[in-house]
Each structure stands twice: as structure tokens, then as C-alpha cells.
Ligand binder design. Sequence first.
Ligand code: NAD
Ligand code: WQD
Length: 343
Amino acid sequence: MARILVTGGTGYIGSHTTVELMQAGFDVVIVDNLMNSNVGVLDGIEAIVGRRPDYENIDCVDYVALDKLFEKYADIEGIIHFAAYKAVGESVEKPLQYYRNNINSLVNLLELMPIHKVKNIVFSSSCTVYGQPDAAHLPVNENAPIQPALSPYGNTKQICEEIIHDTIHATPNINAIILRYFNPIGAHPTALIGELPNGVPNNLLPYVTQTAAGIRPELRIFGNDYDTPDGTCIRDYIDVVDLAKAHVVALKRMLTNKQEGNEEIFNLGTGRGLSVMEIVETFKRVNNVDVPYKIVERREGDIEKVWADPTRANKVLGWKAERNTEDTLRSCWKWQLRLNEAK
Ligand code: NAD
Ligand code: WQD
């Protein structure tokens, strides 16, 4: 089977995708500089799959090191590029770190692909490129307008999409699939891998699980006066294992020359919008735990409501989000309990 390079493979989505790739028979080499993950994730992957992925501690910003990597693993047939910084607030404070890391990493890979005859790349993009779609574009499909980015992080995703587009135009033997994720949540059902919290979580689910575990005294719900049925914001929460599986499908599509044109874009979401309150209440119910919360001011820059129209991914990729929200929220709690034990 083909060998796949997974950048950012010890991270949250990368680790789950590595598991799915290996279970589908691929060989994987992970490149990660452990800026936002740890090497112990490899043990979790090995425990699930029964095989250990190859791993190289390389910074994707380092062109020479990546060049050597492609020489060492001459059989790489595809790349899934997860490696990036992703904290929206931090990107506002440190824009240049975000531009350097997220953009240079991609440019290095795209430059090295033709040199090492690697044809296929999957890129992690985000629903953040749509900003707040107007009512006519909800649920949001891939043709909805891209809106000015609300943060340097969001801007890096838009710029990276453009870089891919321009590169493919100029280099017709490179194929790319851009995947725009909605809100990934959950953990592997084994609870052997999951999302590793780094400091105070910004994202909703890690904050919910840490509050349920007593690590945080209460969840702050950012605003209940939005124009939504219960007043709290609406998102499309997609299970991380479902998300991971979409990457395997996308890669196989490129490796078997099934693409229509050499650049394709897919939304990855469930098609269902859930409010913050619905998430919190469902989490409490299915896990039989309390999550103390209070309603506070709106968070600056928050989108009121966005959820995916995943029809293109459903029809063209033949992929569909399958895990129900209850099971996903159970996996979040199971993973938090495991993190508590590991302390
Ligand atoms: P993560 O931080 O858990 O994983 C990213 C991994 O990349 C980390 O292990 C980190 O150490 C590594 N990394 C970062 N810069 C690197 C570099 N220069 N060289 C080598 N390794 C590097 O994040 P994630 O949630 O798994 O996100 C993966 C990708 O998906 C990112 O591109 C992110 O922007 C995108 N994305 C994430 C979400 C989300 O909500 N989690 C939503 C949409 C898109
Ligand atoms: C979800 C909802 C909050 C925390 C971010 C990035 C986006 C993408 C996904 C990468 C919102 C509410 C949250 C809390 C709360 N990442 N909330 N209390 O904002 O949709 O998107 O992650 O591409 O680019 O911006 O996700 O998990 O932060 O928030 O009430 O303590 O939960 O207001 O409505 P978001 P989130």
C-alpha cells in the first residue's frame, strides 16, 4: 500500500486520521515538531492499530529538513497537511508567527512535491473562510462567498487556499483536495487518543469537559441574545473520527485518479446546526454529569450561526458523517476521564 506523509500527525485531527489511514492499510510517516502535541500520541495510535507509524520530528518551515525527509521516504504518494497553528486569539496577538508557520509550511511542501514526484495533497481548511453567511447561504455550501477573514489565523487558511489554487494552475500534475472542516469534536471510541488541552481551552467542548471534571469552576456561555431559537450560537459539530475518515476517502480518490479537475473543495460537516445550549444540555444528559455555567457577554468576533451543506462530500466523495451527537459527546467525556487518570 502507498505511503502517506501526515504533517501534524500527532495533533488532534492528524492522530485520528493516521489511525484511519493505517487501518485502511496505508503506511504513514508523521512529521510533527510537537509544538502542540506530544510524542506519547504515537503509543495511543500503536495501541489502536497494532502498528506504529514512522515519525520524524521536523518543523515544516524547515525546507532542507523536509527535502531530506522526502529523500528518506522516497515512496511517499500523498500528503495530508494538518501542521499549522490554530488558536484564533493568539493569531491576533502574534500574526507573524501564524503567517510564517502556516504559510511557509505549505509553500515548502508545494515546492518539494514536484521535485520528489509527489502528486497528491489534502489540505486542512476551515469553515472560518465563510465568515457569517447570509440567510440565503445557510446551510453553507462550497459556492458561498469567501468573506474577509476575522483573524490572522482565518486569513492564513484563505491565503493557503489561494496558494494551492495558483500552484495547481501552474503545475498541472499536482492534485489537491481542500477540506473545509466545521467544528471537530470528540475522541476515538477507545479513548486512547483525543484532543490534548493546552492551557485554558478556547473551544467549547474541552471547556465543557474540564468544567464537568471540576478543573474549571464554570463554563461561560458567550451570549444568549443571538437571533437563534434559544439565543445561543449555532455550529455544525462534526465527530473527529468521521472527519478523519473523509481524509482517507479524499486520498483514495486522488490515488485512483477519480478527481474531477485537479483541485476540489469539500465541506465536512453533519449538515445539522446545534446551539451551545443544546450541546451543554445533551452532554449533561448522556454523561449524567453536571456542567455549571453562566451566561456572559458575547465573545468578540463570534459568528452567530453557521452549519454545513455537506451534499457535495456526500455525493462526490461518498462520505457522510455517521456518529450521532450523543455518542460523540460520550467520547468527549470518556477521553476527559482518561486524561484525569493520567495525571
Ligand atoms: P493540533 O494543534 O492538534 O494539530 C496540529 C499539529 O501540527 C500539532 O501536533 C503541532 O505540533 C503540529 N505543528 C504545528 N506547526 C508545525 C510545524 N511547523 N511543523 C511540524 N508540525 C507542526 O490541531 P488540529 O485541531 O488537529 O488541527 C489540524 C489542522 O486542521 C490545522 O491545520 C487546523 O488549522 C485545521 N482545522 C482545525 C479545526 C479545529 O477546530 N480543530 C477546524 C478547522 C481546521
Ligand atoms: C463554539 C461555540 C462560542 C467556548 C473556532 C475557530 C474556527 C475553527 C473552530 C479552526 C461558540 C461558544 C465557546 C466557551 C462558549 N477552528 N463557547 N463558551 O468559535 O466556532 O470556531 O474553532 O479553523 O476557526 O474560530 O468554536 O469551540 O470556540 O466555539 O460559549 O467557553 O461555543 O461562543 O458559539 P468556533 P468554539
